[in-house]
Design a binder for this molecule. Structure first.
Ligand SMILES: Cc1cc2nc3c(=O)[nH]c(=O)nc-3n(C[C@H](O)[C@H](O)[C@H](O)COP(=O)(O)O)c2cc1C
Length: 279
């Protein structure tokens, strides 16, 4: 997969072609991706399920709704984790890698953290008591002409917009912007973060290159928004998504490194330290 191309190609598809089901071969490939991406940087296990609505009891399948947000999709990926530190970041990381692979295969997806009937999907996942179902995504071929609703939703969420580099990436402290030129070999890794999807397109990621030249990821949390769903933390999913984009784009540039969430934090007021990139 060409990472930068795929990152640019991905967008939230909300209308699917109901005349073009996803074939068995692609389904098997998706199932295989679940085993390839079953743990994240925090080391927690992520459990996935590919749910075919047509295989669900008709009475039950009616309850598997998305409040009208998604049309025409018959296949969903469900992602569950234990409710432990870092697990939702790990889910963001693993599911986004699967989403990018699916995008490269010509499939559409749409992260859903809020607009789906969580308890009904949780039944299909056979959720254990200590598990959460933070998010799901439909997966399928996008409808030929993006439905009008897709355009309205994306315009309403200002989905095509991203914050400029100067508001996201910094050098040494959180006040000095890091320019694309100064980022050197890491330019693509940072740009891939900037283009990542995030809940309500809030783009809560901040990255600071410290004095040693290492990159640190921070969360600029919207405390009200991130607590509205109780234990489910949309903005922690966003962090994992950003980590996967950074890592994949860095690898594509020949940079070998990894995210270390247990590195001692460098605290910056108003930001939560998530992890240090070690190359
Ligand atoms: C963690 C997460 C949760 C999301 N939850 C929803 C949701 O519940 N409903 C929805 O329609 N879109 C949801 N989205 C999609 C975002 O609105 C979308 O990614 C963002 O507006 C950027 O648009 P794009 O994906 O088309 O680039 C979610 C995205 C993320 C990353």
């Amino acid at each position: 997969m060409n990472v930068m191309e795929t990152v640019q190609k991905r967008y939230s598809v909300r209308s699917y072609d109901d005349q073009r089901p996803v074939g068995d071969e692609i389904r098997s490939r998706i199932q295989q991706l679940f085993t390839e991406h079953d743990t994240g940087p925090f080391g927690t296990a992520v459990r996935f399920k590919l749910l075919d609505l047509d295989a669900v009891d008709p009475g039950e399948s009616k309850s598997l709704g998305t409040y009208g947000m998604i049309r025409g999709a018959r296949l969903y990926i469900l992602g569950a984790v234990k409710d432990v530190k870092g697990s939702q970041i790990d889910l963001g990381y693993c599911l986004e890698k699967i989403i990018l692979e699916a995008t490269a295969m010509g499939l559409g997806t749409c992260w859903l953290g809020g607009t789906f009937r969580r308890s009904s999907f949780a039944r299909q996942m056979e959720l254990a008591e200590d598990e959460l179902l933070p998010a799901i995504t439909p997966v399928g071929y996008p409808a030929e002409s993006a439905a009008i609703q897709d355009r309205i939703v994306r315009a309403g969420a200002r989905s095509t917009r991203r914050k400029p580099w100067s508001q996201l990436f910094f050098s040494v402290d959180e006040k000095t912007p890091l320019t694309e030129d100064a980022a050197g070999a890491y330019r693509n890794a940072l740009e891939a973060v900037r283009l990542a999807p995030s809940a309500k397109n809030r783009q809560p990621w901040r990255i600071v290159r410290d004095r040693e030249g290492s990159y640190r990821l921070y969360l600029k949390e919207d405390q009200f928004y991130n607590r509205i769903l109780g234990k489910i933390k949309m903005q922690h999913l966003d962090m994992g998504i950003a980590m996967s984009h950074f890592e994949l784009a860095a690898r594509e540039q020949g940079i070998n490194g990894r995210w270390d969430p247990s590195a001692p934090a460098v605290n910056i007021p108003g930001l939560e330290h998530i992890a240090l990139w070690r190359d």
